[in-house]
Design a protein around this ligand. Structure first.
Ligand code: NAP
Ligand code: MG
Length: 493
């Protein structure tokens, strides 16, 4: 059986715990290999390596650091298909989406490599003569990363590439469900010639390894993507130690369809956003807010399309919807469907665990659509993280925006309309971090900030140039070349 080990200080090492956990393929139940389970001591070893490595890394000119990122981009590109296959086997998303996810990491590598020659600060005029003023970005130090399984290569690329180009070192705990793609990503850094100790991979549970990262006094910042429940705990613990935390958490994203929308386009957008990645994207569409004038027609067209979706192993190119990540996720989704029925929502299709056609060994849930859902029902408010969408009828754009904004999350939203005035109204009033006009709720491009408002985040962004704000401190520098003491605000007034 394949064994996966920690990567600490440039070496692949087994935890002293001697314990291993198995990794399975969610489409087939097949065991893929086993993974070392680490302890607090392993985390500490990783932190010591990171500390040592960061001392010299921070002094390497950023354009030189970026050379390694370009190499990472090249290697990812060469291995794109192989990485996509590993991703699909381990996590279940269909192969086309897995390829897209690897591409996201490639794009991020080149984009952040470019930052090696930018990392812009400001030069501004001083209010005094013969004085120079500027602000520069400096690394924060040691970054602790805790990441989820649903985008196991994209999310670590959003975090690690900006962190490294700006001079930090990393201790990373990937999700327990996706250890193999994590190892491959680290191997790419190794092959690209990243100095040892800058990227450390520590496998293990959230409660042991995750908490050890959060609690470690020498880790300066925590970047976490995952559920609200865990994010809140992390923020409390890390906040008590005055650590910087960047949190990207759940969503309850909605597509709004107005009565003037191109309905075919809206259906395409909804199908892709609600059932792609089996509804397990943080930006997945789980609410469909529709003007009552087009509700029946939209339902009819959606049902027609859902009936054509093919479930199965994501490695099969003809499959549209893969499995969900594990058994407990499958049960949670099914539980939500029961809650929806109890609350009086009308089930249009799906609503069951699939156990036929040879799919019984995997974790397959039938694409599900509810209608006549009220905005205050639990299925309209809580993150389900599966292929379940709910139609909520409304009477106007204003009501649609109110419903969209009524949940505790604020990640992504979308509106389909051909009316430019109403599109701009929506762009102004939808309160999410990401807004789409005439596209579904998913599909971020890496050079724009990614993240959400309200319960989705704590004000930071992954990706885009905004990511640099997480991994750098501002240093303001004044150079007085007047040869005398000049007091700002005093000597010049
Ligand atoms: P999760 O259960 O919160 O896990 C995320 C990570 O946290 C995993 O590495 C997990 O480790 C770790 N963890 C669990 N308990 C911990 C603890 N007590 N202390 C420290 N770390 C701990 O979330 P998930 O189920 O993997 O991912 C799905 C969630 O992520 C959804 O809510 C989704 O919306 C969100 N998400 C958000 C974004 C975004 O950018 N906004 C993107 C993708 C996903 P183990 O795997 O070992 O449990
Ligand atoms: Mg797995």
């Amino acid at each position: 059986m394949k064994r996966y080990l920690n990567y600490i200080n440039g070496e692949w090492v087994e935890s002293a715990s001697g314990r291993f956990a198995v990794n399975t393929n969610p489409a087939t139940g097949e065991v893929l290999g086993e993974v070392t389970q680490s302890t607090r001591e392993d985390v500490d070893r990783a932190v010591q390596a990171a500390k040592q490595a960061q001392k010299s890394w921070r002094l390497v000119p950023a354009p030189e650091r970026a050379e390694i990122l370009y190499k990472v981009g090249e290697l990812l590109k060469e291995r794109k298909e192989e990485l996509a296959q590993i991703l699909t086997q381990e996590m279940g998303k269909v192969i086309e989406e897995a390829r897209g996810e690897v591409q996201e990491a490639i794009d991020m590598a080149y984009y952040m490599a470019g930052e090696g020659r930018r990392l812009f600060g400001d030069t501004v005029p001083s209010e005094l003569r013969n004085k120079f003023a500027m602000s520069v970005r400096v690394p924060v130090g040691i970054a602790g990363f805790i990441t989820p399984w649903n985008f196991p290569i994209a999310i670590i690329s959003w975090k690690s590439l900006p962190a490294l180009v700006s001079g930090n070192a990393i201790v990373w705990k990937p999700a327990s469900e996706t250890p193999f793609i994590a190892a491959e990503f680290v191997r790419i850094y190794e092959q690209a010639g990243l100095p040892k100790g800058l990227m450390n991979l520590v496998y293990g549970s959230g409660s042991v390894v995750g908490n050890a990262i959060v609690d470690h006094p020498e880790i300066d910042l925590i970047s976490f993507t995952g559920s609200n429940e865990v994010g809140r705990q992390i923020n409390e613990r890390a906040g008590g130690m005055l650590k910087r935390t960047s949190l990207e958490m759940g969503g309850k994203n909605a597509v709004t369809v107005l009565e003037d929308a191109d309905l075919d386009l809206a259906v395409n957008g909804i199908i892709w956003s609600a059932y792609g990645t089996s509804g397990q994207r943080c930006t997945a569409c789980s609410r469909i807010i529709v003007h009552e004038a087009v509700k029946d027609e939209l339902e009819r067209r959606l049902l027609e399309r859902i009936a054509q979706l093919k479930l199965g192993n994501g490695l099969d190119e003809s499959v549209d919807v893969g499995p969900v990540i594990n058994r407990s996720s499958l049960e949670k989704i099914d539980e939500y469907v029961k809650i929806g029925l109890d609350e009086g929502a009308k089930l249009l299709c799906g609503g069951r665990i699939v156990t036929e056609d040879g799919l019984e060994k995997g974790n397959f849930y039938a694409p599900t659509l509810f209608t006549d859902v009220k905005p205050d029902m639990r299925i309209a408010r809580e993150e389900i993280f599966g292929p379940v969408a709910s139609i909520i009828p409304v009477k106007s754009l204003e009501e649609a925006i109110e419903v969209n904004n009524s949940v505790e999350f604020g990640l992504s939203s979308s509106i389909f309309t051909r009316d430019i005035n109403r599109a701009f109204q929506a762009m102004q009033d939808l309160d999410t971090g990401i807004v789409y006009v005439n596209a579904g709720t998913t599909g971020a491009e890496i050079h724009l900030p990614f993240g959400g408002t309200k319960g989705t985040g704590n004000g930071h962004r992954d990706s885009g140039v905004a990511a640099l704000d997480v991994y750098t401190e501002w240093k303001s520098i004044y150079v007085d070349y007047s040869g005398k003491l000049q007091r700002a605000q005093i000597d010049n007034y």
